[in-house]
Every structure is written in C-alpha cells, then in structure tokens.
Design a protein around this ligand. Sequence first.
Ligand code: NAD
Length: 351
Amino acid sequence: MYRIASIPGDGIGPEVVAGALEVLSAVSKKFGFEYTVEEHPFGGASYDLHGSMLTDETLEACRNADAVLLGAVGGPKWESLPHDKKPEAALLRIRKELGLFANLRPAKVYDALVSASTLKEEVVKGTDFMVFRELTGGIYFGQPRGYDENRGWNTMVYERYEVERIARLAFEAARKRGNAKVTSIDKANVLEVSQFWRNVVHEVHKDFPEIELVDMYVDNAAMQIVRNPKQFEVIVTGNLFGDILSDISGMITGSLGMLPSASIGSKHALYEPIHGSAPDIAGQNKANPIATIASVAMMFEHSFGKPEVARAIYDAIEQALATGVRTADIARPGELAISTTAMTAAIVACI
Ligand code: NAD
C-alpha cells in the first residue's frame, strides 16, 4: 500500500496532477497494487484558504506520505506578496523541511518527438541520461553571503557528507541502469571546493569499481551536452552547476511540458514536473500532462522500487506519442492539438 500526498497547487497544476492520478489508477489495476492519495492545499490555493502557501498540516501530511506529487505553484495573483510569502519561498521550504538533497532530472528524447528539439535529429536521437544535482548545499546556502555598495559575496562550501550522499545515489542509479557511466562535473582547475568534490566522488567510487567514472569541467560539459548528448548516461554535480546544466539537458529534448523531476532525501521524496503553473493556459484543458505522468513513473523507480511499473508508464507515453497525438506545446504548425484529458486518455489506453 503506497501513501501518496498530492499537492496540485495553482494554474495548470490541478489539471496535470489529475491526469497523472488517472495513470496511477491504470497501472495499479494492471500491476495489482493498492495506494491512497490524500490531497492538500499548497501555494496560492493554500494562501487563499489559510493565509499561508504551506501550512503545517500540508507539511505534516507530506512527511507522513511515502511520496509527494506536486503540480506547480504561483501565478500573477500572488506575485506582489512580500518575498518570504511568495510561492517560491514555499517551494524552498518544503524541499528543506523534507531534507530533499538530490534533484534528479532525466534528459530523454522520445523518438516520436526528435523533431521538437532545437538540435539536429542525428545529434539528439537516442539521448537518455539523468542529471543528479545536489540541492541543499553549495553556493546557494553557504555563509557568509551578502552585498553592500561596493562588494557582493557568496561562499561555495561542501561538507564531506553532502558530496558522499549525492555521489552514492548517482553510482547506485548507474548500477541500476546496467553499470552506466557516471560523469562528475566540477571546476577543479580553478576552485578548491571543486577539487574537494572530485576527491570525495573518487573515494565513493571505490565502492563501485564496476562503474566507469569520468571527471569533466563544467565549461566543457556545457559544450558537450549540446555537441554530443549521447555520450552521457549519469551526470552528478553540485547545486550551481546542476541548476544550469539540468536546464540545458532538459531543453534539448523539446518541450517544458515533457520534463519530469524527482527530489530525493534520505526519508522523503517529492515528484513534480519542471514547468510552472502556466497561467496563460490554465483552466483551458490545454496543458501537456506528460511531465507529471512521467514524474509518477520516477516515483515508482526511486521511491517504490518498481522499475517495471515505471517502464510501463514510459512505454505508454512513447506509444501514445507514436500514434501521433500531440498537445499544443508539442504539435507542429498545422497539426491538430488535443486536450490534457485526451492526452491522458491516450496514455491510459496504452497502459
Ligand atoms: P511556466 O513553466 O509556467 O510557463 C512557461 C511557458 O511554458 C508558458 O507559455 C506555458 O504555457 C508553457 N508551459 C509550461 N508548462 C506547460 C505544459 N505542461 N503544457 C503546455 N505548455 C506548458 O513558467 P513561467 O510562465 O515563467 O511561470 C508561471 C508561474 O509559475 C509563475 O508564477 C512562476 O513563479 C511559477 N513557477 C512555478 C514553478 C514550480 O511550481 N516548480 C516553476 C517555475 C515557475
């Protein structure tokens, strides 16, 4: 019995989460497992109800669940709130409170959508790698930090345990992917903190001798991802470099509406599409639900240890796309776009 906390949030969040929950119901019937879904307010929806983007009740429900499924938060209605009350603050808080230290973002190009990439078909076809970004350390959290009239400063610092746990997660995932190659990305030629990162990754690697480890400088990695993305299988990197590289990696695959993510800690995990609440299309049944549906697949891979369920979801997405169905964001000019609910139904039918 899996206990899932659902926090659909704002804008298209509730629409794409509804699609993902239909797919969850379909795989539960196919594979014969039971689950519960409890829905809780989050983001602007929660602010309007309770005066807070993230209530203690919602946080507690997320702590008590086996996994959290998040839609998206934010929108013009809440943009003028003070910084600490904004939806982004609630996102940072939930990640911190749940101790989610690793952000996983796949860069997978679906065969049916190779033409949606900004890169040439022969460059992207077959791309399928995973970025492990360290999420709760590095320069985004290091002290001291600040600025005055004449200086601005931040501190990039990594503790041994922080590097060890993300490196271990990446090597374990590589093992599950059939001893995939791990590329650790840093700036060790310039930064001491990166040399430390590199040393610790190599120490952890001793426990995974069957896995190939490659070190790469971040500037080179940025070039290599767009030059030859197929050379990567698993990437592990720090918070700042991972922020940038995971966006590049995601976008070479096509649309924002296709990209899932997982944020994982030692006790909790949260799954969400990488896109926002898309206020421009909210409430119109136009949003692409695939990113959120694929986030459910990641949940089965990383929280529930059921790769066969994840595989069934990915295959169903692939098969549905192969029949030619497209939501507006992935339709080519002149192509007829279908709705969120129709895309969901097409994927459910394939399952
Ligand atoms: P966005 O991702 O919401 O939208 C960017 C563009 O992509 C829009 O044109 C939108 O229509 C399109 N798009 C996004 N997801 C789509 C989908 N599933 N299907 C089809 N098209 C899709 O980013 P934005 O416009 O910069 O931000 C809108 C709001 O979302 C803001 O309030 C922002 O703060 C918030 N936001 C939230 C998150 C999150 O919840 N994790 C992430 C980013 C932005």
